[in-house]
Design a protein around this ligand. Structure first.
Ligand code: NAD
Ligand code: DAU
Length: 356
């Protein structure tokens, strides 16, 4: 069996659902259930004995040691993190606590567990660290995409904390021989994404007739990957990745934010036209930019494609259509997570972003 951290979040829950349907192995899911964690994402596994949920913090070393000794996992898939750039600007402390200290605590307990494993079990063990393309910093319009050897240049408290965690993972392999794998993925989208992130935020605001906030000039570029393709890539790296290596994961789908928002609006116009028949794009509102906003991310995914034979299955056009349709079909899920805490966040993040 495997131990997943952060499995009640967006990518972690998609990964667990994918894992349960694609393999015959069980999962222990350790998640603190912060504002971003939601057990409703895993409602389909409620009666499935192959999924065991444990509410707890990766910084709780006693708990982590107990789970390792009790379940004897053959691999750790480490998703748990604070993940939203804007929140890291408003309050970086939690990002240091979870992304850096939490990863350190987890590595220490996993090292102690792995060191006493024997023979085949020790050889087969893996620690897979899920990271981001943001550690590489920002690209100019004509720069080549990030490769695994691009120098780290993180620009936000979030990306700096993820960069630090990547360095710790690297050091635990180099110094202690811990069998690690690191993946650096581009922007994900799909079902169960918390609506503080661009795509679900736009869907939700559009359906509620609210302004669609575009930071700056809307020409920042992100490289979008459907979450199911990310999950498949992680399974591929876990089974075939070379120890101590990093693998970039991306969809070859560079889009400006304005393109993404216009695409979402056009799909909504088709699937659920506004009551007043106005195009949803008429709600687009330019607001004050994110401080330190990275201009462009792009992933060169040739290493994982060449070495491990992974390729994305979805294009942006197919994946975004499925995603918009999922949100329309799952408004109950959205309503259940748009709590008082979420409303407070929306107020704090957008109140000083009037149209410049
Ligand atoms: P998310 O914010 O949706 O979920 C994070 C999960 O971690 C939540 O369930 C939360 O409760 C849990 N968590 C937070 N702190 C914890 C702690 N101290 N102990 C235990 N659990 C804790 O994040 P996501 O978008 O699903 O991202 C998952 C991982 O993938 C992160 O490491 C992120 O850096 C990385 N990543 C995300 C993207 C993306 O586009 N979302 C892209 C590349 C990499
Ligand atoms: O690149 C991978 C990263 O992608 C992950 O590591 C992060 O966890 C994930 O949150 C995501 O980071 P971004 O900052 O790129 O995602 P976000 O959805 O916050 O923003 C996407 C783009 O849209 C970015 O250029 C900022 C812009 N934006 C965002 C919001 C929330 C807006 O223009 N308006 C908004 O209201």
């Amino acid at each position: 069996m495997i131990l997943v951290t952060g499995g009640a979040g967006f990518i972690g829950s998609n990964f667990i659902l994918d894992w349960i349907s694609a393999t015959s192995e069980s999962v222990v899911n350790l998640d603190k259930l912060t504002y971003a964690g939601n057990l409703e994402n895993l409602a389909n596994l409620k009666d499935d004995p192959r999924h065991a949920f444990v509410q707890g913090d990766i910084n709780d070393r006693t708990l982590v040691a107990k789970l390792l000794s009790q379940h004897q996992p053959r691999a750790i898939i480490h998703f748990a993190a604070e993940s939203h750039v804007d929140r890291s600007i408003h309050g970086p402390g939690e990002f240091i606590q979870t992304n850096i200290n939490g990863t350190f605590s987890l590595l220490e307990e996993v090292r102690a567990y792995w060191q006493v494993l024997q023979g085949e079990e020790k050889a087969a063990f893996r620690f897979l660290h899920v990271s981001t393309d943001e550690v590489y910093g920002s690209l100019g319009a004509n720069d080549p995409p990030f490769t695994e050897t691009t120098a780290y240049a993180p620009n936000s408290p979030y990306s700096a904390s993820k960069a630090a965690s990547d360095h710790l993972v690297r050091a635990y392999h180099h110094t202690y021989g811990l069998p690690t794998l690191t993946t650096n993925c581009s922007n994900n989208y799909g079902a169960y994404q918390f609506p503080e992130k661009l795509i679900p935020l736009i869907i939700l605001n559009a359906l509620n007739g609210k302004p669609l906030p575009i930071y700056g000039d809307g020409m920042n570029v992100r490289d979008w990957l459907y979450v199911g393709d990310h999950c498949a890539a992680i399974r591929t790296v876990l089974s075939g990745g070379r120890l101590g290596e990093t693998y970039n994961i991306g969809g070859w789908n560079e889009k400006t934010n304005l393109d993404v928002v216009n695409t979402v609006c056009a799909i909504l116009d088709e699937l659920k036209p506004a009551a007043d028949s106005k195009p949803y794009a008429s709600l687009i509102t330019y607001v004050k930019d994110r401080p330190g906003h990275d201009r462009r991310y792009a992933i060169d995914a040739r290493k994982i494609e060449r070495e491990l034979g992974w390729k994305p299955m979805e294009t942006f056009e197919t994946g975004i259509r499925e995603t918009v349709a999922w949100y329309l079909d799952n408004m109950g899920w959205v309503e259940s997570i748009v709590s008082g805490e979420y409303q407070k966040w929306m107020k704090a993040n957008y109140q000083n972003r009037e149209v410049p």
